[in-house]
Ligand binder design. Structure first.
Ligand SMILES: Cc1cc2nc3c(=O)[nH]c(=O)nc-3n(C[C@H](O)[C@H](O)[C@H](O)COP(=O)(O)OP(=O)(O)OC[C@H]3O[C@@H](n4cnc5c(N)ncnc54)[C@H](O)[C@@H]3O)c2cc1C
Length: 339
């Protein structure tokens, strides 16, 4: 068990909200520790790295992957302590009125305030339930697409029938040498225009079809072919491939803020009830980004930034009441002049 030094704030969650809060807390001269359960920062941006984001003010349309990189760079401006691969399971208060943010492996992180920025929660792409699937995750079995160009001139099979699977099929169809879409029934959940585009293309659609077996190639670490079966005709056949892309939904775990012991008011058993200034029902604990709920809440990256500024300013004012300014302008910030 490790017990930390005391910081002004612990931020739980390293998505857009937590990353921007850690930058802004630095602007307000606060010491910060940011804790993220995954091995990498970025939150939900990992779900759409190859998509362009158009609606962040002043930024040209930019791929999710690049927005993620820029947010991570910006978050490190004031050198916050960043802890990855650490699942937070509860928050306690000790005798000195400090918060103890506690991880699943028993580490305790002490701070004067806490910002919960856990967004969509602990979410993982649903894995393929086929023997040996995990063995191929480092090579040619993919659960997300980081760069479309990685699949140029390849023979690709996509599994799934939802919005993202069909979107990927449409994005890849001109780029790859051959594209197959496998879906366990014939109900595709996508916009009509996306579906029309798909059906009018040269993508081979295999409805009522599931993967039975992954067949390794000469190198046993990668898949050479898959054996599939049509559930209506009961016919089994093989498809050779260079890459297999799986998009069959997401799995999520319950998160710490939902436990009764924390006494946070929740909406719909998930969102943390807050106000526009990001206060929660517990003094000293703030909620920002997609996890917080209040009238007018915008669940977009721009909304996450707005919450982050409010939370940090509220914390600053509560820790150092003499620090009255509500707004700090980066253009005049002394600490940024030499960066
Ligand atoms: C497909 C898709 C497309 C989108 N497109 C756009 C768009 O074009 N424009 C736009 O503005 N927004 C878009 N959004 C929404 C945007 O991604 C979210 O509003 C934003 O990611 C919210 O950021 P967040 O930090 O609040 O939450 P998240 O991004 O969900 O990040 C939360 C982080 O907290 C971590 N975490 C959770 N629980 C714990 C725990 N117990 N311990 C430690 N860490 C934990 C998670 O691992 C995650 O990294 C899109 C979302 C999706 C799904």
């Amino acid at each position: 068990m490790h017990e930390s030094n005391v910081t002004d704030c612990t931020i739980i969650g390293g998505g857009p909200a937590g990353l921007y809060a850690s930058f802004y807390a630095g602007m307000r001269d606060m010491s910060v520790r940011l804790i993220e359960i995954k091995k990498t920062l970025g939150g939900k941006l990992h779900f759409y790295p190859e998509k362009k984001i158009w609606d962040i003010g002043g930024m040209p349309p930019t791929h999710g992957l690049d927005v993620m990189g820029q947010l991570i760079d910006q978050s490190s401006t004031f050198e916050p302590e960043i802890i990855l691969n650490k699942k937070i399971v509860t928050i306690d208060k000790n005798g000195e009125q400090l918060f103890e943010v506690i991880s699943a492996d028993g580490d305790r992180y002490l701070s004067r305030s806490v910002i919960i920025a856990t967004g969509g929660g602990i979410v993982y792409p649903r894995r393929l339930d086929t023997k040996r699937a995990r063995d191929f995750e480092k090579t040619n079995l993919h659960y997300t697409i980081y760069r479309l160009n990685d699949f140029k001139d390849k023979k690709v099979v996509i599994v799934g029938g939802g919005n993202s699977a069909i979107d990927w099929a449409n994005e890849l169809k001109e780029l790859v040498s051959e594209l197959h879409l496998i879906h366990r029934n014939d109900t595709f959940r996508a916009h009509e225009s996306q579906l029309r585009q798909l059906k009018e293309s040269n993508v081979h659609i295999h409805s009522y079809t599931s993967i039975e077996k992954l067949i390794p190639g000469e190198s046993p670490e990668s898949i050479r072919a898959i054996e599939v079966k049509n559930s209506q005709s009961q016919t089994a056949y093989q498809l050779t491939l260079d890459d297999l892309i799986v998009n069959i939904g997401f799995d999520s775990e319950p998160n710490f803020h939902q436990t009764k012991g924390l006494k946070l008011s929740l909406k719909d058993n998930y969102y943390i009830e807050g106000d526009t200034m990001t206060h929660t029902s517990q003094d000293g604990i703030y909620a920002i980004g997609d996890i917080v709920n209040y009238k007018g809440k915008v669940r977009l990256i721009a909304g996450a930034f707005h919450d982050a500024v409010n939370a940090v300013n509220e914390i600053k004012e509560s820790l150092v009441p003499s620090e009255t300014p509500k707004v700090v302008m980066s253009s005049f910030h002394e600490g940024l002049q030499n960066k």
